[in-house]
Write a protein of this length. Structure first.
Length: 359
């Protein structure tokens, strides 16, 4: 079968300071101005993939298929129209705008080309954290109380949420825009973080009540009755630097946790009792179904003060770094389920092929 692998390539850094002890401490980062921090911590292409990941996916698909690489740039439409593959394996995060993850699937639907993963509507909704939370709240799925701020001039700082709060960009993934400073304890810190989000990312800020409990991430593979939860992963924040807030921030994901100095931040399978495991799995599968996710997804959860799992974020295009030392969660859960990286990739493809009636 002719498979096109469609991707966005992460731009190479001219000065890769990742893992450099000179700025790896929380104390150092907290002393920086927003402008200085932006120079050191460039998260512009945090969601895009490196050649290492792209080639790993390609090699996995080539076990059974002929694979063509297509970069999801401005020429993608013509490349896809000309190539006309039997199916597309889509890992493209898109270029611009709040609906960027929906761009390639929308093109593929216009060209009537089958593809892996969720449709444009689901991808667009899941990248809008507030819309996701609104839909889940309607269906009685627990999620933290929140508000959205689009303009500081219209925000007086008087909110009905309880501190501490966490401030995030509304339309980002891969911990983009979420730093150690994102957890705020007072109005002054809140206003600073809102302004940082509005100015740096040119998009609204999502403000949530900070959930104090344990955090988990849940990988789902398959569709319908075949959809299954892979072993649950717990994020262990006690492995972070002493001054770090208990969140999986951009610093934690891309600076403090490196292949050279990996943090022992994940536990898979998570050590949880049967009742909590069943509750997490039920909420994850319900969320997957409610949002009409397809083939695969990774769902982040955190326990509230009553020990109830709340949805943090839904990732229908999960990260799939192939190197185990990179601590990429979906492959980690797959390995714990007994799947190799190649088997995981081909199970995603086969789920899509089965969904289209092609196998």
């Amino acid at each position: 079968m002719r498979v096109a692998l469609v991707f966005n390539l992460k731009k190479e850094k001219t000065d890769d300071s990742s893992g450099d002890d000179s700025f790896s401490s929380v104390k150092f980062l907290n002393k920086l101005s927003a402008e200085q921090k932006e120079e050191i911590i460039d998260d512009t292409y945090a969601e895009w993939d490196t050649w290492e990941t792209i080639n790993a996916v390609k090699l996995a698909l080539e076990e059974n298929h002929t694979v063509t690489l297509i970069e999801a740039d401005e020429d993608a439409f013509e490349k896809l129209r000309r190539t006309k593959p039997d199916i597309v394996f889509n890992i493209a995060e898109g270029f611009h705008g709040a609906s960027r993850e929906a761009q390639i699937p929308a093109i593929l639907e216009m060209l009537n080309i089958p593809y892996t993963g969720s449709d444009p509507l689901t991808l667009a909704i899941c990248l809008d954290k507030a819309r996701t939370k609104e839909i889940l709240s309607y269906h009685k799925i627990p999620t933290a109380k929140f508000i959205v701020v689009e303009n500081l001039d219209e925000f007086d700082g008087d909110i009905e949420l309880e501190f501490p709060l966490i401030v995030k960009p509304l339309h980002e993934g891969s911990s983009k825009g979420i730093f150690n400073s994102s957890v705020v304890e007072n109005r002054k810190e809140l206003l600073f973080e809102i302004e940082r989000i509005l100015n740096t990312y040119n998009e609204p800020a999502l403000i949530e009540e900070f959930l104090p409990g344990r955090e988990f991430t849940v990988a789902i593979l398959g569709n319908g009755k075949d959809a299954r939860v892979l072993p649950i992963i717990e994020i262990k924040f006690d492995s972070l630097p002493p001054e770090a807030k208990p969140i999986y921030s951009f610093e934690a994901k891309w600076i403090w946790d490196t292949p050279q100095k990996p943090l022992n931040i994940f536990q898979c399978p998570a050590e949880i009792d049967k009742k909590l495991k069943e509750t997490i799995e039920k909420i994850a599968l319900s969320t997957f179904k409610i949002l009409r996710c397809r083939d695969w997804c990774r769902i982040d959860m955190r326990l509230d003060k009553n020990g109830i799992p709340n949805i943090l974020e839904v990732n229908p295009l999960p990260g799939i770094l192939p190197n185990p030392e990179d601590n990429s969660c979906f492959p980690k859960a797959a390995r714990a389920a007994g799947l190799t990286y190649n088997q995981m990739i081909n199970e995603v493809l086969n789920s899509a092929l089965k969904r289209y009636g092609m196998i």
